[in-house]
Write a protein that binds this ligand. Structure first.
Ligand code: EPU
Length: 433
């Protein structure tokens, strides 16, 4: 198992390019199931989760060829419609083959994704939406078994809100299934995240008839079949935000290029409130070093509000801010795993009932910490960059799920960060591609 060793307090400089969005690429790759034609997907990040998704597609009879950041796919056979537990347990997003399989093959058996370290992650909304289209669903032997009825799926009006608001992957699944259903489907309380819009735009380019993606009401007029996909996914807004925080916490003049600042307005607003200056020019965000950040309160909510996936990284920044901040998690109330590890680095954080109270300290100190999930790991890297002395982060395979060769890219900015294998040898992240 690899670790990162970071020597903190180095000033960074230069520019860093943002990769393609993981959370766009995962459902978009799954649409290859929905056409008999050869597909091309570009700007695909070289990540462990993407590899897992491609493996799931391979078990479903989809052949794939990787070339750089491009993945080409072609359905070769349709005998197997079962997404196996060994793969879905590694990555919950495996569940996003459910809608495409049902639409294209009339049957889907997808292993029920189990528990998750960031909290309870039910799939009731996915099932409710598909059932509203007429799918017959049973849960047996740890699998979701969904079948289309005689005569196929039929368009319906579906309210897809849950107790935490909209759901990204449930919206994706229901939208995909509705694309080839008979008649018109209206999804009310649809997720508005840019990744949902990216999937809708890819489907539209394949011949789907979808209106309203990016708003809470999506209308889909069913079509008989889809053509090939030829699609480049959007830049990763969460990765961009992570690098902005890395610049802010180290007070470094770094530029984050190739991003979509318009996808980050709530995040940038919180940074502005905390006094961090981020200049926006086209697709580049530039961090301008300034005074110590001020404590700021914020709440995570579905898009366009502050994203839960940026919460842990911003908490690391608030840990050294002047004053006391509160962060309330309204998507995953238990998603504060970074707090306990940041405390080992000298942060003063208390968590209760879905809210973290962070009393800013003058500085963090390097320590041995453990990565527990993707975004908490990113928060520890950010804290390590700012901390005095050495920080050693174990179990960094979590970070490889969502950030491509992060240590190499940060090193190019001047960070002192090395990857070490258990034996102490430095390794590269090439294996994750
Ligand atoms: N929810 C339900 N029922 C459902 C589905 C979701 O109650 O059937 C609840 C969840 O428990 C949560 C809320 O609804 O409280 C929102 O969850 P959502 O379904 O939107 O999450 P997701 O689609 O499973 C995606 C991202 C996550 C990101 C969330 C929220 C992908 C592959 N994953 O997950 O990304 O945190 O949306 O924005 O798109 C990450 O990249 O680190 C990550 C966890």
């Amino acid at each position: 198992m690899d670790s990162f060793v970071i020597k903190g307090r180095q000033r960074l400089s230069g520019s860093i390019a943002v990769s393609g969005s993981k959370n766009s690429a995962l459902p978009i790759l799954a649409v290859s199931i929905m056409t008999g034609e050869a597909c091309r997907f570009g700007n695909i990040p070289l990540l462990r989760d993407i590899q897992t998704q491609v493996k799931i597609l391979n078990t479903l009879g989809v052949e794939s060829v990787w070339k750089g950041r491009e993945v080409r796919t072609q359905v070769k056979d349709t005998y197997n419609s079962t997404a196996p537990y060994e793969l879905v347990k590694q990555m919950r997003a495996g569940v996003c083959v459910l809608g495409p399989l049902l639409a294209a093959r009339g049957e889907a058996i997808v292993s029920l994704p189990g528990g998750c370290v960031i909290g309870e992650r039910p799939i009731d909304l996915h099932l409710k939406g598909l059932e509203a289209l007429g799918a017959e669903i049973t849960l047996e032997h740890g699998n979701i078994h969904a079948k289309t009825p005689k005569g196929g799926l039929k368009g319906a009006e579906i309210y897809l809100g849950g107790k935490f608001g909209s759901s990204v992957l449930a919206t994706d699944n229901v939208m995909c299934a509705a694309v080839m259903a008979k008649g018109t489907t209206v999804i009310e309380c649809a997720a508005c995240e840019p990744e949902v819009v990216d999937l809708a735009n890819c489907l539209i380019a394949m011949g789907a008839k979808i209106e309203g993606a990016g708003s809470p009401r999506i209308t889909i007029h069913g079509v008989k079949k889809l053509k090939a996909a030829d699609w480049n996914v959007i830049p990763d807004r969460i990765e961009a935000a992570t690098f902005v925080v890395a610049g802010a916490i180290t007070q470094s003049p770094i530029s984050i290029t190739g991003c979509r600042p318009d996808h980050l307005l709530a995040f940038l607003d919180v940074l502005r409130q905390s006094g961090v200056v981020v200049e926006r020019k086209g697709s580049t965000l530039k961090v301008v070093p300034g005074a110590r950040p001020k404590a700021t309160d914020f709440v995570t909510l579905p898009y366009p509000a502050f994203a839960t996936d940026c919460q842990a990284q911003t908490m690391a920044l608030m840990a050294i801010a002047d004053g006391t901040s509160t962060i309330t998690e309204r998507i995953y109330p238990e998603r504060f795993m970074a707090a306990a590890e940041l405390k080992r680095m000298g942060a003063k954080i208390s968590v209760a009932n879905g809210t973290a109270v962070i009393q800013g300290v003058d500085k963090l100190s390097g320590a041995e910490v453990m990565a527990s999930d993707l975004r908490a790991s990113a928060a520890l890297v950010i804290a390590g960059l700012a901390a005095e002395g050495e920080t050693r982060i174990s179990r960094v395979y979590h970070i490889d799920r969502g950030y491509e060769r992060i240590e190499e890219r940060l090193r190019k900015l001047g960070a002192k960060i090395q990857r070490q294998s258990v034996g102490g040898e430095e390794t590269t992240a090439a294996a994750v591609g």
